[in-house]
Design a protein around this ligand. Structure first.
Ligand code: FRU
Length: 487
């Protein structure tokens, strides 16, 4: 077990031999990913500081380098020109100051005067383990050199709020900077606070954003806010919701509300219902960014807090999702894989056929692949797809025509984990037209009907589980299938 002392060790406290041994252990893991951002060692959690800056995509992530636990957090930095090849740039922010002595927590990035300003939460604890959060900034120049400011720009939560005060997401509008910050009111309800600033240094509280969810969980982590086509979208990760039928089944949730543009003078948001961003098992703390082409991209943590994962025994945990392009359509966000992922495609196979009962199309198999299944017509009562299958295991997507419900079933996917939260996730999707699936060594991301819903899950199958097959009950399905290996 990890003692507090071990969790709060710093990177420089580890010897070269210790790090080499850990890296070696990580390399023996059968579940290292092929096309996802993952930590070299230790634990990754939230994506931070997403930015398109100086001609490159920059992604930072919450990182505890020394093992697969939530310990002393750093911001690890990776960058890319194409969203698919990621170069490790080393830790950008380390816990070097008194005010961030217990972790450089989540935050965001914004370009100002040719530099990338990083705004993050300094997490400090005292002897009695009382937490003191503050909001801090650092600047990164074109060479990638990062300089932290010596004192926080927001020293602590305002009166009426607890020490759960973190994860600033900053943006600029009409010459002013705004930040949304996750918070907990003294009555133990979660919310988002809106701040404003002229220069990113002096911040003024505008208010507690008034939403139609005054009591919706005990803490809202990792808020994000953006506008598209005159609509406002507030993204957040509420903790403490109880499962309701197919909704809110994970330990914590991530979703959004869409409505009118945020009233930035009075901190008021008129909006529709909270909608989950992902219907799968492993998705949390997403962040969005606008890139050079004006695309809104979203990346999430493909993991959840407080859950042990099968990679822990190999000295590492978690990865980020593939980047998704998000668009507002009506009252919903539509999410699609960033088009750059098409560059990973190899060995194209196309099939057309009618499925009645269990059907295997011989050339279709794979462990790391993208597959698009178009359902041209469906008379069956139940249609299913099995992936990463062998004689013992399979990961299933099951569609029931009468309920119009799609289920991701990982009960026989491989090494089990988090089973106390169930092994199936379902969502009513309407008619099933298309499944677009991205499978990596230990994950599956399913984009349904052109991105109307997404199901994301870690799975830990045998390395030889490469069968793909289809099945129907009570009728048949006409399919067109496109499949590529990804590398
Ligand atoms: C969400 C979170 C954030 C916090 C960070 C610490 O997963 O708890 O609220 O800043 O992780 O690693």
């Amino acid at each position: 077990m990890w003692s507090r002392k071990e969790r709060y060790r710093r990177l420089e406290d580890a010897t070269e031999e210790e790090m080499a041994a850990l890296a070696k252990k990580v390399q023996t893991s059968p579940w290292r990913q092929a096309f996802h951002i993952q930590p070299p060692t230790g634990l990754l959690n939230d994506p931070n500081g997403l930015a398109y800056y100086n001609g490159e995509y920059h992604v930072f992530y919450q990182w505890f380098p020394l093992g697969p636990v939530h310990g002393l957090k750093y911001w690890q930095h990776v960058k890319s020109t194409d969203l698919i090849q990621w170069e490790e740039a080393g830790p950008a922010l380390a816990p070097t100051h008194d005010h961030d002595s217990h972790g450089v927590y989540s935050g965001s990035a914004i370009e100002k005067d040719g530099q990338l300003v990083l705004m993050y939460t300094g997490n400090k604890r005292d002897q009695a383990w009382t937490r003191y959060p503050s909001q801090c900034i650092a600047v990164m120049d074109e060479e990638g050199t990062v300089i932290k400011r010596d004192t926080p720009v927001i020293p602590g939560p305002p009166p009426g709020y607890t020490d759960h005060f973190r994860d600033p997401k900053v943006w600029k509008e009409d010459g002013l900077y705004y930040a949304v910050i996750g918070a907990q009111r003294e009555d133990q309800t979660g919310t988002v606070l809106l701040y404003k600033s002229k220069d990113l240094l002096e911040w003024e509280l505008v208010g507690d954003i008034a939403t139609s969810y005054p009591s919706f969980g005990f803490m809202w982590e990792c808020p994000d806010y953006f506008e598209e086509g005159g609509r406002g979208v507030l993204v957040f990760s509420p903790q403490g919701l109880s499962a309701k039928s197919d909704a809110y089944c994970n330990i914590y949730q991530s979703g959004y509300v869409i409505g009118e543009r945020l009233n930035k003078k009075e901190a008021k948001l008129k909006h529709g219902p909270f909608q989950e961003l992902d219907r799968g098992f492993d998705f949390y703390a997403p962040q969005t960014m606008m890139d050079g082409d004006g695309r809104r991209l979203l990346i999430g943590w493909m993991g959840l807090p407080e859950i042990a994962y099968p990679t822990d025994g190999f000295g590492w945990a978690h990865c980020l999702t593939i980047p998704r392009e998000v668009k507002v359509r009506g009252e919903k966000l539509i999410q699609q894989p960033a088009r750059e992922l098409e560059q990973l495609r190899r060995n194209y196979v196309q099939m057309q056929g009618n499925v009645e009962g269990q059907t295997k199309f011989e050339p279709l198999h794979g462990t790391v692949f993208e597959m698009i299944v178009r359902i041209e017509s469906l008379s069956a009562a139940v249609f299913s797809v099995a992936l990463r299958a062998n004689e013992r295991e399979k990961t299933m997507l099951i569609y029931e025509a009468h309920t119009k419900k799609l289920t991701l079933d990982r009960s026989t996917s491989g090494e089990a984990f988090a089973e106390e939260y169930g092994t199936k996730r379902s969502c009513i999707i309407g008619d099933l037209n298309e499944l677009r699936v991205f499978v990596d060594h230990s994950s599956i991301e399913v984009f349904v009907n052109g991105g109307e819903e997404v199901f994301t899950a870690r799975i830990f199958p045998d390395t030889d589980g490469d069968h793909i097959y289809f099945d129907t009950q009570g009728g048949s399905a006409d399919l067109t299938i496109h499949k590529w290996d990804l590398s």
